[in-house]
Design a protein around this ligand. Structure first.
Ligand SMILES: Cc1cc2nc3c(=O)[nH]c(=O)nc-3n(C[C@H](O)[C@H](O)[C@H](O)COP(=O)(O)OP(=O)(O)OC[C@H]3O[C@@H](n4cnc5c(N)ncnc54)[C@H](O)[C@@H]3O)c2cc1C
Length: 425
């Protein structure tokens, strides 16, 4: 039986490795950490979650909610483990990141069919290979991909929110509660008009850290907070600081979400930022209750590398020019934790079939995972941006169905198709 190589032990690569080994096939999993860290990873653990600890909604009427349901049904070990490490977050799935990546590391390292190779890969060798090196793929490998396959690099900038220590917060100024149907375990920092305007002014004029090739191609769904502030006096109040959904009237409200199970750390919700670290400390301490906040992680912007899958990959996520090479995770042009896990699982299903000399299997497009994979491999955009799971990418035929029942109909079809796919696998 052929061995399968996986490059990158992040979310996509870890899911793929565990799936392939579960089918009795040997895996060689290459991971450069801890010897070489990326700009965002801090440990040598597999499946390290680098930013928010939220894997998004659990509601199937939300794109990521349905994607989770599909992947779980297909047997995702990473999602099952995420539920084991769940922390309270209402209708969303948020995890204790340490619990999660430690468990995945134990599963991988104790599997006799997975050989872990801790080194930076700078070229792809012969044999079936899944490239899952993520948005922070090392420069050496990016260079090789460009030279070897003519893959152009596409970058955009994304951002991280800061995390503060709960004990350092002034609880006299904060209150527990949620907007509308959020759980009551969010912390809220209300602001008066004067406090809000002063804060906005400081945010706009603060010093930013800009990389030399910074080109302002922000991802609209993850805008730095100072960028939102610049868009108008009330932009923040319609965005992350919206004061709606509370029992009392406020001018603006900053929210903080539990970052770990123990509730010792809190993340500033929607506070992705490109400010310098000293400026973050100065400006974010202007938020009522955060005057003495101790920061355990500052926000940052980062490079995001991904390929133009519509030009390079087939519908099984294999390079058209070399079908032995699969791409999965963020580098394939999807965006998000669950999307990375899903594409890792799908690439692994077909890598196993290739190793067994079986025909690759298609993912039905009337599923969220299928819609996502069709989107990245078939869109006609000149410069596509990474895509999240959402109901805007489902097959065109569903748009003939009235909006009031469209999602329900799609969910029904997705459930049936996933069951059929499982039988076919
Ligand atoms: C800073 C940052 C914040 C993000 N925030 C969020 C968020 O809040 N929510 C969300 O849903 N998504 C977020 N994303 C996007 C995305 O979901 C995550 O990056 C996710 O981890 C992608 O999974 P992956 O498996 O594709 O890549 P990763 O999880 O990054 O895994 C790739 C692995 O490959 C390794 N590697 C890279 N190059 C090499 C090489 N040459 N040889 C060997 N190993 C190599 C890396 O060390 C890493 O372990 C964020 C991304 C970044 C970079």
């Amino acid at each position: 039986m052929k061995e399968i190589n996986i490059i990158g032990g992040g979310l996509a690569g870890s899911e793929a490795a565990i799936y392939i080994a579960s089918k009795g096939i040997k895996v060689r999993l290459f991971e450069m950490r801890p010897f070489k860290l990326t700009e965002a990873h801090k440990t040598g653990n597999f499946a390290e979650i680098v930013c928010s600890n939220s894997l998004g909604s659990l509601n199937p009427e939300n794109g990521r909610g349905l994607l989770k349901e599909e992947i779980l049904s297909l047997g995702s070990v990473l999602l099952r483990t995420a539920f084991e490490c769940k922390v309270p977050a209402g209708k969303a799935l948020a995890v204790d990141r340490e619990c999660f990546s430690k468990k995945i590391t134990e599963i991988i390292e104790s599997n006799p069919l997975i050989e872990v190779v801790r080194e930076e890969v700078s070229e792809i060798s012969e044999g079936i290979t899944i490239v899952a090196t993520g948005p922070l793929t090392s420069e050496k490998l990016l260079f090789y991909l460009k030279e070897k396959f003519g893959i152009k690099d596409l970058y955009f900038y994304d951002a991280l929110s800061p995390v503060v220590v709960a004990e350092s917060l002034n609880m006299d100024k904060l209150f527990f509660g949620g907007r509308y149907d959020q759980p009551a375990d969010y912390l809220n920092a209300p602001m008066t008009k004067e406090e809000y305007l002063r804060f906005r002014e400081a945010l706009i004029s603060a010093k930013r850290h800009l990389p030399h090739d910074f080109d302002k191609k922000f991802f609209e769904a993850c805008l730095p907070v100072e960028e939102i502030a610049m868009r108008g006096e009330d932009a923040l109040r319609f965005g992350p600081l919206r004061p709606k959904g509370f029992n009392k009237k406020y001018y603006a409200v900053v929210q903080l979400r539990k970052e770990n199970k123990a509730g010792t750390l809190y993340e500033l919700v929607g506070f992705q930022t490109a400010l310098t670290y000293p400026e973050q400390k100065r400006v974010f301490r202007m938020i009522p209750g955060l005057e003495n906040a101790e920061f355990v992680r500052f926000g940052s912007i980062h490079k995001n590398a991904y390929i133009k899958s519509s030009a390079l990959l087939d519908k099984f996520l294999r390079l058209k020019k070399n079908p032995n090479v699969f791409f999965a995770g963020q580098i394939s042009g999807v965006e998000g934790y669950v999307e990375a896990i899903g594409t890792g699982l799908f690439a692994a299903i077909n890598a196993v079939r290739m190793a067994r000399n079986e025909k690759p299997i298609e993912i039905p497009e009337n599923t969220m995972l299928g819609s996502l994979i069709r989107f990245i491999t078939e869109n006609e955009l000149e410069t596509p941006q990474p895509m999240r799971a959402n109901f805007g990418i489902i097959p065109a035929g569903f748009f003939d169905i009235p909006k009031s029942v469209r999602k329900k109909k799609f969910i029904e079809t997705s459930r049936k198709s996933i069951e059929e796919l499982k039988k076919a696998i």
